[in-house]
Ligand binder design. Structure first.
Ligand code: SF4
Length: 74
């Protein structure tokens, strides 16, 4: 199952970054995986986990604030 495949945040559809942010290793964004949303995890493009799902990142203002203020957009 793709949900059990480990992968990088920068290649994951659950990574949500600022509207103008570059997709880079050192860019930080919010993880919007449904089970991880309650933790408001800020993760870098070079971070990763086994809830990875291949795709392009979502974008929303406040995704990289500390703490993140953006709502999940998917
Ligand atoms: S922490 Fe895992 S689920 Fe969240 S964006 Fe990174 S790879 Fe995707």
């Amino acid at each position: 199952m793709s949900e059990k495949q480990w992968g990088l945040c920068k290649n994951c559809k659950w990574w949500q970054i600022e509207p103008g942010a570059a997709i880079e290793d050192d860019t930080t964004g919010l993880c919007i995986d449904e089970d991880l949303q309650p933790y408001k995890l800020l993760v870098s493009g070079a971070s990763g986990c086994n809830r990875f799902s291949a795709g392009t990142p979502a974008r929303a203002e406040g995704s990289a604030s500390k703490p993140p203020t953006a709502k999940a957009v998917r």
